[in-house]
Write a protein that binds this ligand. Structure first.
Ligand SMILES: [Zn+2]
Length: 370
C-alpha cells in the first residue's frame, strides 16, 4: 500500500493530467523534493487556467496579488493573482502554493507569472506589501507600473504616526488626480510630519498616487484579494484544487449569464458611476469654445477645460480613468453629446461578455484513469 504522501502526490499528477486534457493550455507547474526515504514530496505548485488568461485580454490591465498561509499543518503559503472585470469584480488569474512566505517563494511565483503575462508599461500590478515582495515584483516586471495597496498604506501610516489628520491627508493626496492638488496635500503632510513625508518620498509618488501613476489604475485602491479567505480554508492540496476549479467555473458561468442579460452599451457599474457623478447642471457655469470643447466652472468657482473630441479634461481624471468626470458630463450635456462616447471601450458590455465567454471544462474523473 502506498503511504499517504505517495497517494496524495500521485493523485495530484492524475488530476493535473486530466485538467490539462480537458482545458488545453492550462499552465501547471509542480516541484517536488525527496524526503529522507527518497520519496517524491510535494513542494510547490503554480496553476493558471487558459480561460483566465483569455479573460484578462478583455479586461482592464490590472493585476492584484495577495498571499496568505493555508489552513494546513505544514506552513504552506498561498499566493493568488487576480484581474478585475468591467464590473470591478475580481477573477482569478493564477494560484501558487509555496513552502513559506519568503523571498524565494515570491520570486518563484512571480517568475512563473512573468512567463504568461507580458511585462509592459500598460500593465499595472498591485503589490500586497512594501517589503521584498515589491522589490521582487520590480525585478520580474521591470516595465509594468508597480502600485501599492493604498488601504494598506493608510493602515501603516495610522499605526506609525497615530494621527488621523496625517492619515486623512495621505488619503486625500493619494486619491487626487491633479498634481497641483496632490502637491498641496503633500505640503501639509510635510508640515505636520517631516518623517512621514520622507517615508512617502522614499516609497515613490508613482506607487501610491493617482496623480503621479504613469499607467492606468482604473480607480483601484485596494490590493486585497476577495477569494483568499475561502481558498486558504481548504485543508489539503486536492481539496484546494477541486475548490479552485469549482469556484472559477461557477464564477465564469454566472457572470457570463449576467453580461448576457444586460442591455446597456456599458456595464452596470459604469452606468451607476455616470449617474452618481452627474451634477445638477443648472448650478455650473459653461462657456463653449468649439463644437467639442468648452470651459466649465463648478459651484466652488473652479474652472476646467474639457475637450470631448480628445476625451480630455484639465482635471485629468477622464484620461486616467477612461470614465467621464463630472466636468466632462456637464460639457457633454451642454454640447449635446452622449456621455457614453467618453467611456473607454474596455468598459463596454461587449468586453464584459468576452471576458467570461470561455467556460472551464469539467475535468475527467481522474480516479477512472488509473
Ligand atoms: Zn474633469
Amino acid at each position: 500500500m502506498p503511504n499517504n504522501h505517495d497517494t496524495s502526490y500521485s493523485d495530484i499528477l492524475r488530476y493535473i493530467s486530466s485538467l490539462q486534457k480537458t482545458n488545453p493550455n492550462t499552465v501547471v507547474d509542480i516541484e517536488t523534493q525527496p524526503d529522507s526515504l527518497g520519496r517524491n514530496m510535494f513542494r510547490c505548485m503554480f496553476l493558471s487556467y487558459a480561460a483566465s488568461r483569455r479573460a484578462f485580454m478583455h479586461s482592464p490591465q490590472v493585476i492584484i496579488i495577495c498571499g496568505n498561509y493555508l489552513n494546513w499543518r505544514t506552513r504552506s503559503f498561498l499566493i493568488v493573482a487576480e484581474g478585475i472585470d468591467v464590473e470591478r469584480q475580481q477573477f482569478p488569474l493564477a494560484f501558487g502554493v509555496l513552502d513559506g512566505d519568503n523571498t524565494s517563494s515570491w520570486k518563484w511565483f512571480l517568475t512563473k507569472l512573468a512567463t504568461i503575462f507580458e511585462d509592459r508599461p500598460e500593465l499595472t500590478i498591485f503589490s500586497p506589501r512594501f517589503d521584498f515582495t515589491l522589490q521582487t515584483l520590480s525585478l520580474q516586471f521591470p516595465l509594468a507600473e508597480k502600485a501599492v495597496c493604498i488601504r494598506q498604506l493608510l493602515l501603516n501610516i495610522q499605526q506609525s504616526y497615530r494621527n488621523p489628520e496625517i492619515t486623512g491627508l495621505v488619503q486625500r493626496a493619494s486619491y487626487e488626480y491633479s498634481k497641483r492638488r496632490f502637491l498641496a496635500c503633500y505640503k501639509e503632510i510635510k508640515k505636520m510630519s517631516p518623517h512621514c513625508e520622507q517615508y512617502l518620498k522614499r516609497l515613490g509618488f508613482e506607487r501610491w498616487s493617482m496623480a503621479f501613476s504613469n499607467g492606468y489604475r482604473f480607480d483601484v485602491y485596494s490590493a486585497e484579494v476577495n477569494d483568499l479567505r475561502h481558498l486558504s480554508r481548504q485543508n489539503s492540496i486536492m481539496g484546494l484544487l477541486h475548490y479552485i476549479h469549482w469556484h472559477v467555473s461557477s464564477q465564469f458561468t454566472w457572470r457570463y449569464g449576467k453580461a448576457m442579460e444586460h442591455q446597456g452599451y456599458v456595464s452596470p457599474y459604469i452606468e451607476g458611476l455616470i449617474s452618481k457623478r452627474t451634477p445638477t447642471f443648472d448650478s455650473w457655469g459653461f462657456l463653449k469654445v468649439s463644437d467639442y470643447s468648452c470651459e466649465v466652472v463648478n459651484t466652488n468657482g473652479e474652472s476646467f477645460l474639457v475637450d470631448l473630441d480628445r476625451k480630455s479634461c484639465s482635471c485629468v481624471a477622464l484620461q486616467k480613468m477612461l470614465v467621464p468626470c463630472e466636468h466632462s458630463l456637464v460639457a457633454a450635456q451642454n454640447l449635446g453629446i452622449s456621455p457614453l462616447t467618453l467611456v473607454g471601450s474596455v468598459y463596454s458590455t461587449a468586453q464584459w461578455l468576452k471576458t467570461y465567454s470561455e467556460y472551464l471544462q469539467p475535468y475527467l474523473k481522474f480516479r477512472t484513469m488509473r
